[in-house]
Write a protein that binds this ligand. Structure first.
Ligand code: SF4
Length: 712
């Protein structure tokens, strides 16, 4: 129906932002505006097809003029199991891919497909084929698989070109408008060939830049020849690895652009590898790629797209007016707010749910689980739960809800319940809203996290049916007196000071007066002198507090039982960056060690580090110990309410529910989701025995005749 995009085109857009809604010709197709959802993974791929198609459809509905797939494996000789992407191995994959193009076209957007031959980045754990690369080298995978790639022969290269061409033809048959050649993020074979580090060939595919670019050029030309009559051919290319001349670097790529700038119909510029392109806000400002991508557009007449975690329309306009980009590429901003373009068109900037740059979305792909987002709790749930980011059903039979606690779960719960039309009272014991989000966003590098609060506060302020009370330390008596039908406890959690975490499961007796927790830090009670951070939480907080203490002049040692610092952040693409940053700041790191107090045979006034395997023990010379280990839900109000359950009916209280960290401490994303889920499900019939979402099962093959199947 092309409904959405045409509505936007006819809309009176603010003069300043009109340029963002201009159509852009890309080869034989025309993007209806400059909002371009670049290819991004989602952890769903071939396993959760309709979920993923729905996700893309929502982006198109939200006004993105181009909506692309994630990387799509073109051949079984290059697959990246265990990661779950799309596949276009043969015609069997076409129904899956057509489902995406149908979904995207429904709202008038162009559909793009990123064809990927990962080569030496694909360990082929599923197909058991030998990976192919430019040279005989170990595969370049996240998990250092004990697999080497084989140097491709000329025949292999001919085969690869045919496989890519076939995939392009299938893409066209599936209805795609833009077909990619992918050589970026350290993930595509054309990039491995371009790289002098990986390409050690001595034939016409190795050596000079022209030779190393030969495969890339051939793939672009093949694709244009195969489908270029009706499809635009895009090239996604990494322009700098930030490792100097040994790696792919800007000067060399500018030289290449001078030669082949006119070859594809569109250039999609990235940094490589993926972690430096998709930097978290802790390590990269909005638009941090600009110094590297600037100048390429001037070497081609073809449109150029690039990313920068742009959420501000002024920043987007500036990119275009200053000649950096033609199209505003986005993965994360389109995840946090699929309706970002539409909100700009409708002059509803205050309604934009800005990405906070935390990379929880990336963790879906890295853990092979459906994408999730801290800011957008509906992300990944569009089909399986029927959740729409901008629509919510009107309220059920109940009238009123009291929410105790204004952290991320309480705020989201209030916002979503308010949208449904309930009379909502939000009581927060502190003088400010935000809970852990407000506290943590004051720590080094986490300022952007306050957007979780900013968005919700902005929304709640527009609602007459949501009342907020600050400085309200709600008691059991208050709840009974208030008489709301439903009571939601979003009271958060408290960090433990007894060392219990993943390693110590029994509380430890640390020397009195020496220990601190993150809650002390949030309250402004900071340690001094020689400080040990004991991180058995393994996400970001231990490292961030180490950085804070170091900034405050402390001599800091970070001790963790894990093999690396902040080990879970490998899933948010930060781990190596965090560890390098802490080391550069002079923070001492002691991995595979636990901190424990003295026992019967050692003085109790001392602290010890113990190697988790050898049990070798050393005294830790420190003035303070910060324990970042685990949290306990703040459940006192629930306990108190349970004691007076007999009084609930008289007070009009029908239910009491804990949500977010008050139920089970986890990520901010989990807290927001928890608040949103409560709001969605209030007054709904929920069958506790039923799976609470739709599932899509892989088609099973016809049943073999088991008696004869393996006979000779
Ligand atoms: Fe942005 Fe975080 Fe959402 Fe990803 S998960 S889109 S980084 S807010």
């Amino acid at each position: 129906s092309f409904k959405t995009i045409h509505l936007i085109l006819n809309m009176e857009v603010d003069e300043r932002y009109k340029i963002l809604f201009e159509p852009v010709k890309i080869g034989p197709v025309v993007a209806p505006n400059r909002f371009y959802q670049v290819p991004h993974c989602n952890g769903m791929g071939y396993r959760d097809v309709t979920s993923m198609a729905a996700l893309r459809a929502i982006k198109a509905e939200g006004g993105w003029g181009v909506v692309c797939t994630e990387q799509v494996e073109i051949h079984h000789t290059s697959e990246i199991t265990p990661y779950i992407e799309l596949r276009i191995w043969d015609d069997k994959d076409l129904p899956v891919l057509s489902r995406i193009t149908n979904a995207v076209h429904t709202h008038g957007a162009l559909a793009g497909i990123e064809l990927a031959y990962n080569g030496m980045n694909g360990p082929n754990l599923y197909s058991r084929e030998v990976p192919l690369g430019p040279s005989d080298l170990p595969t370049a995978t996240f998990s250092n698989d004990p697999v080497q790639a084989r140097a491709m022969t000329k025949r292999d290269i001919t085969n690869l070109r045919r496989w890519h061409r076939n995939a392009a033809l299938r893409s066209k048959a599936a209805g795609f408008d833009i077909v990619y050649v992918y050589g970026a993020h350290g993930l595509g074979a054309p990039q491995h060939f371009l790289s002098r580090r990986y390409n050690q060939r001595t034939d016409e595919y190795g050596g000079s830049l022209k030779n190393r670019a030969r495969l890339l050029i051939e793939l672009i030309e093949d694709t244009k020849e195969a489908v270029g009559d009706t499809c635009a051919v895009a090239c996604r290319i990494g322009v700098d690895e930030l490792i100097g001349e040994e790696g792919i670097h800007r000067e060399e790529m500018l030289e290449l652009f001078n030669e082949i700038g006119e070859l594809p119909d569109l250039w999609d510029l990235t940094l490589c590898s993926w972690d430096i392109d998709s930097r978290t806000s802790r390590f990269g400002e909005e638009g941090h790629q600009e110094p590297f991508v600037t100048g390429f557009k001037q070497l081609t007449t073809k449109p150029v797209v690039g990313v920068g975690r742009f959420t501000s329309p002024d920043a987007m306009v500036s990119q275009i007016r200053r000649g950096v980009l033609d199209l505003i590429g986005a993965a994360r901003p389109s995840i946090a707010d699929p309706f970002l373009p539409k909100k700009i068109a409708e002059d509803r900037l205050e309604d934009i749910r800005e990405c906070i740059g935390c990379n929880i979305c990336v963790s879906g792909d890295m853990t092979m689980s459906p994408i999730r987002c801290t800011q957008n709790p509906t992300m990944g749930e569009e089909w399986r739960k029927g959740w729409h980011p901008e629509k919510i059903h009107t309220k059920g039979k109940s009238q009123s809800v009291l929410i105790v606690g204004g952290g991320p779960s309480g705020l989201e719960c209030a916002r979503a319940l308010g949208r449904r039309g309930y009379q909502v009272t939000l009581a927060e014991k502190n003088k400010e809203l935000g809970g852990r989000v407000a506290q943590e966003s004051r720590l080094p590098g986490l300022a952007a996290w306050s957007r979780v609060l900013d968005y919700r506060l902005g929304q709640i302020r527009q609602m007459e049916n949501v009342d907020t009370y600050l400085g309200s330390d709600v008691t059991v008596e208050d709840i009974l007196e208030f008489g709301s039908e439903h009571v939601v406890l979003a009271t958060g959690s408290s960090w433990r000071n007894d060392g219990v975490g993943r390693h110590h499961l029994i509380p430890q007796k640390f020397p009195e007066g020496k220990t601190y927790t993150p809650d002390d830090i949030f309250a402004g009670r900071l340690p001094s002198g020689k400080v040990v951070i004991y991180d058995d939480d393994h996400y970001y907080l231990g490292g961030v507090i180490a950085e804070l203490c170091q900034k405050n002049g402390c001599e800091v040692t970070l001790v963790t039982p894990a093999a690396v610092v902040s080990s879970w952040t490998v899933h948010t693409l930060e781990q190596e960056i965090i560890e390098a940053d802490l080391l550069k700041k002079g923070i001492r790191i002691l991995t595979r060690h636990v901190v424990q107090p003295g026992n019967n045979s050692t003085p109790e006034s001392e602290l010890y580090s113990v190697h988790i395997y050898t049990k070798e023990t050393s005294i830790l010379d420190c003035d303070a110990l910060v324990l970042v280990t685990a949290r306990l839900p703040n459940s006192e109000l629930e306990t108190g309410m349970e004691k007076v359950r007999n009084s609930w009916a008289d007070a009009g209280v029908k239910s009491l529910t804990r949500i977010g960290d008050a139920l089970a401490p986890a990520t901010i994303a989990a807290a927001v989701y928890s608040g949103h889920r409560y709001a969605r499900e209030l007054d709904e019939e929920i069958d506790p025995d039923a799976v609470p979402f739709e599932r899509e099962l892989t088609e099973i093959a016809p049943e073999p005749d088991w008696k004869t199947f393996w006979q000779e």
